[in-house]
Design a protein around this ligand. Structure first.
Ligand code: NAP
Length: 258
């Protein structure tokens, strides 16, 4: 049995993949959860190639039965759970409010917000059994510092909701020695554009141009998934033992500018 175990949702690409690799490097056995078998298998293979341990968990976080079964499978395999990274999410449809359909709204809410709720609900009993742990929710600058992303109303609502959930649960879970925090990335180069649909931008965009780019600390270049993964690894570790209920912006200053 491994000494410490972490679950990472959306671990097949981008921030989730980088986080799974970073936590494996720190000695965690990893539950590599996602919807696309080839992608999570590839992350798992890379962890194994570097001498780590991983379990492939094929599940949709918006399906309560699938996420519960995946958590049970992980605990059956490694015997415990210490860290949960609720990362999986989509940008969804970005459109004017009177053009956004209910089903488009529901898709974003059910993955980003309900999926986060289901991930936390399924894992908290295991963290309690362990005697404590750390939950990290991947939110965004959108909905927390930034409100200028064209048409991103549903996305922004989910990301604000995630931070509210983190703050509410920090108090509830403290008595169980479970810390819960959020990371709020700015623009990070990942595959998320494949899960983005932007309609009628001219009706929603704010006419502001930043000639030097939007990310002050890099001179405009977007962040890398590893920039976020390193902060998640810190929050997962004992070095963050006194931090709970805190959003941490990992945006190179972008959210302050926008
Ligand atoms: P990404 O490369 O698209 O990765 C997202 C992962 O989540 C994919 O592997 C995807 O798998 C998985 N996923 C999506 N819906 C899922 C579901 N219902 N069940 C299970 N897995 C699911 O995007 P990313 O940029 O790394 O995004 C990760 C998180 O960071 C998201 O919560 C996003 O909102 C947040 N974020 C990203 C940025 C950015 O600029 N990239 C900025 C701020 C916040 P499939 O491909 O199989 O769907």
């Amino acid at each position: 049995m491994s000494s410490a175990v972490a679950l990472v949702t959306g671990a097949g690409s981008g921030i989730g993949r980088a986080t799974a690799l970073a936590l494996a490097e720190d000695g965690f056995a990893i539950g590599v959860l996602g919807r696309t078998k080839e992608e999570i298998s590839s992350t798992s293979d890379e962890i194994s190639a570097r001498g780590g341990e991983a379990a492939i968990l094929l599940a949709d976080i918006s399906d309560e039965h699938q996420i519960s079964a995946a958590v049970k499978e992980l605990v059956a395999r490694f015997g415990r759970l210490d860290v949960v990274v609720a990362n999986a999410g989509i940008n969804g449809v970005w459109a004017p409010i009177d053009d956004l359909s209910l089903s488009e709204w529901n898709d974003t809410i059910s993955i980003n917000l309900t999926g986060t709720f289901l991930t936390i609900r399924a894992t908290v009993p295991e963290l309690k059994r362990t005697g404590g742990g750390s939950i990290i929710v991947v939110s965004s600058i959108n909905g927390t510092r930034t409100f200028t992303t064209p048409g991103a109303t549903a996305y922004t609502a989910t990301k604000a909701g995630q931070v509210a959930m983190v703050q509410q649960l920090a108090l509830e879970l403290a008595r169980h020695h479970i810390r819960i925090n959020a990371v709020c990335p700015g623009e990070i180069e990942t595959n998320i554009d494949a899960n983005t649909s932007l309609r009628k931008r001219d009706e929603t965009s704010i006419p502001v141009i930043w000639p030097e780019g939007q990310v002050p600390i890099t001179g405009g270049r977007p962040g890398r998934s590893e920039d976020v993964a390193d902060v998640i690894a810190f929050l997962a570790s004992d070095k963050a033992r006194h931090i709970t209920g805190s959003p941490i912006w990992v945006d190179g200053g972008q959210g302050l500018l926008r």
